[in-house]
Design a protein around this ligand. Structure first.
Ligand SMILES: Nc1ncnc2c1ncn2[C@@H]1O[C@H](COP(=O)(O)OP(=O)(O)OP(=O)(O)O)[C@@H](O)[C@H]1O
Ligand SMILES: [Mg+2]
Length: 490
C-alpha cells in the first residue's frame, strides 16, 4: 500500500503532539504555515487529507475549499480550530469542509480519518456492493479482546446478528467499545465491501445534522452553494453508524424514523426522493428508555432502532479482561514504537485490578501507550501511568498549567504558565506525603518530568523549559542526549 500523506496547514507547534505517532504509523507528513508551502506539498506529494486552520497570516481556508469544490480529486479538508463557533462550523461545512474539529489534535481520530479518507472520497452517489475497499478484509473484523462472560455474551450475539440487515442499538458507557462493535458488525456482514460511514449526532447543530444526513440541493438555504450528498446516500450499499443518537432533537428524530421505515431520503430543498440501501447501527451512552419516559426521545424510533440491543459492560465489570487488554495494548504500542518486549510489574497488575476506569477501554489504552513510552523496555510500574489525579499528586495544578497557547490572542487572554507556579503548588504540601510512586533513579525522574513538560505544553520547548526551571538550551541538550541513546521523546 502506498504511503498515506497528510498535510497540516497550521503552525507547527499545533502538530508537535501528534507528529511522532503519525510518522511512526507510516504516514508521510507535511506542515505548511502558509498557502505557498501548502501548494508545494499538494503539487509534489498529493496529500490524502488536509487539516487546516480557518485562517493563517495571508490565508483563509475558504480559498482551499473553493479549489476543492471545482476539483473532484482535491483531497478532503478538515478544519481544525482553537476557537470554534457553530456559525463558523456551519459556514465552512457548507463550503465543502469534510469536518470541523476543535483543538487539540487527537492522534487516534486523525489516524481513523486518514486511513479511511481515501476510500470514502471517491464513493459514487449510488454506490453498489463491490466498489469499495473494505475497512477490514471481508469476514475479518477488528480484534475484540476479552473473554469475561459479560463481553463474551455480547460478542456471541453480535456474531449472530452481523450477517443480517437488522438495526442494532449499541449501548455502553463512554470508551467501552461501541464504535468498535459497530465496525465489527459491518465487517462481518455481507456489506463488508461497501462503505462504513459514521455520523456523530452530537457534533453538529440540528439544521446542519439534517443536511449532513440527508444532503441538500444547491440553494436550499443561505450558504448552500453546491449540492451536497448526505451520509445516507454515501453509505448506500454499506453501513451507516449514527453515533450518540440520543443527542438528535425530536423533529429530526421524526424525519429519521420515516427514512428508516421507507428506505428513502429527501435532500434538504430537493424535490426527488432517493432510495437508499443502508444498514443502520446506532450507539448511545445514555439510558434511552429513561429518555423515552422523559419525552426526550421518540418511543417509535427507539423501538425501530432497538431491534437488536447490544449492551457493552463497563471495563471494571469485566474482571481480568483488564489485564488481557493491557497486554494487548502493550504489545500493540511496543510494535508501533519499535521498542523491546515489555510486561507489567506485579505492582502494576494489582493497581490495574483495583482501578475503576471511568473512561473504560479507551482510558486503559491511553494509559498503556504512555506507560510503554515511559517504561522504555523495563517492566511497567504504576508510576509509568502518570495519572492526572491523586495517584500522582506531584502534578497537582496541571489543569491550569496545561492551557495551550497557540495564538497571540490566546497568550493575551491567559498568562503563560510561569516556573513559579510549580514550586508554589508543591510547597503547600510535604512532597514526600504527596508522592506515592516508588523510588526510581533520579535521571529517570528527570526524563519523566521532561516528557510531562512537553506533553502539557503540546511540545512547546520554551514553555516546557520554563516549567522545568531549565534553559531551552539545556532542554535541547537533554533531548539530543536521549535521541543519541536511541530513546527520542520529542
Ligand atoms: N474489546 C476490545 N478489544 C480491543 N480494543 C478495544 C476493545 N474495546 C475497545 N477497544 C478500543 O478502545 C478504544 C475506544 O473504543 P470505542 O471508540 O469503540 O469506544 P466508544 O464506546 O465508541 O466510546 P465513546 O462513547 O467515547 O465514543 C478504541 O481504540 C478501541 O479500539
Ligand atoms: Mg464512540
Amino acid at each position: 500500500m502506498p504511503n498515506r500523506r497528510i498535510l497540516f496547514l497550521m503552525p507547527s507547534q499545533a502538530v508537535t503532539g501528534v507528529f511522532p505517532a503519525l510518522r511512526d504509523a507510516g504516514f508521510e507528513l507535511g506542515i505548511a504555515e502558509n498557502l505557498k508551502g501548502a501548494a508545494v506539498f499538494i503539487r509534489k506529494s498529493g496529500p490524502d487529507v488536509i487539516f487546516a486552520r480557518p485562517t493563517l497570516p495571508g490565508f483563509r481556508v475558504e480559498d482551499l475549499l473553493s479549489v476543492g469544490s471545482d476539483d473532484p480529486h482535491f483531497p478532503p479538508v478538515i478544519v481544525v480550530t482553537d476557537h470554534g463557533t457553530p456559525e463558523e462550523a456551519e459556514r465552512l461545512l457548507n463550503l465543502g469542509a469534510r469536518d470541523y474539529w476543535l483543538e487539540p489534535l487527537d492522534c487516534g481520530r486523525i489516524l481513523t480519518v486518514a486511513r479511511e479518507t481515501k476510500k470514502s472520497v471517491p464513493v459514487p452517489p449510488q454506490s453498489t456492493l463491490g466498489g469499495h475497499k473494505p475497512t477490514f478484509p471481508e469476514g475479518v473484523g477488528p480484534r475484540i479482546v476479552g473473554r469475561h462472560p459479560s463481553i463474551a455474551r455480547v460478542l456471541a450475539l453480535a456474531k449472530q446478528v452481523a450477517p443480517s440487515k437488522a438495526t442494532v442499538l449499541i449501548m455502553g458507557e463512554s470508551g467501552t467499545g461501541k464504535e468498535m462493535f459497530a465496525r465489527y458488525l459491518h465487517a462481518m456482514s455481507k456489506r463488508a465491501r461497501g462503505p462504513f460511514v459514521a455520523v456523530n449526532c452530537a457534533a453538529l447543530p440540528e439544521n446542519l445534522l439534517e443536511s449532513e444526513l440527508f444532503g441538500h440541493e444547491k440553494g436550499a438555504f443561505t450558504g448552500a452553494i453546491a449540492r451536497k450528498l448526505g451520509k445516507f446516500e454515501l453509505a448506500s450499499g454499506g453501513t451507516l453508524l449514527l453515533d450518540e443518537i440520543s443527542e438528535m432533537d425530536l423533529p429530526l428524530q421524526a424525519k429519521l424514523l420515516r427514512v428508516l421505515q421507507e428506505g428513502e431520503v429527501d435532500r434538504v430543498g430537493g424535490s426527488e426522493t432517493i432510495s437508499v440501501d443502508v444498514r443502520v447501527l446506532a450507539t448511545t451512552n445514555r439510558n434511552l428508555e429513561d429518555w423515552v419516559k422523559e419525552g426526550k426521545f421518540r418511543q417509535d424510533l427507539y423501538f425501530r432502532l432497538n431491534v437488536i440491543p447490544l449492551r457493552l459492560p463497563a471495563l471494571h465489570e469485566r474482571g481480568d479482561d483488564v489485564l488481557e487488554l493491557a497486554a494487548f495494548f502493550i504489545n500493540m504500542y511496543v510494535r508501533e514504537y519499535s521498542l523491546p518486549p515489555m510486561s507489567l510489574a506485579p505492582s502494576a497488575v494489582s493497581w490495574l485490578r483495583d482501578y475503576t476506569f471511568p473512561g473504560n477501554v479507551r482510558e486503559l489504552q491511553n494509559l498503556m501507550e504512555r506507560a510503554v513510552l515511559l517504561a522504555n523496555g523495563r517492566p511497567i510500574e504504576p508510576c509509568h501511568f502518570l495519572l492526572e489525579n491523586a495517584e500522582w499528586p506531584l502534578f497537582a495544578g496541571d489543569e491550569e498549567t496545561s492551557v495551550q497557547h497557540e495564538s497571540p490572542q490566546d497568550a493575551m487572554d491567559t498568562p503563560p504558565p510561569s516556573s513559579s507556579s510549580i514550586p508554589s503548588d508543591t510547597s503547600s504540601q510535604n512532597p514526600l506525603e504527596a508522592f506515592h510512586g516508588p523510588v526510581i533513579p533520579l535521571h529517570e525522574m528527570e526524563r519523566i518530568m521532561i516528557i510531562k513538560g512537553l506533553e502539557v505544553t503540546s511540545g512547546n520547548r520554551t514553555q516546557a523549559a520554563e516549567m522545568l526551571g531549565i534553559s531551552v538550551r539545556t532542554l535541547r541538550n537533554k533531548l539530543n542526549e536521549y535521541r543519541s541513546m536511541g530513546h527520542p521523546i520529542d
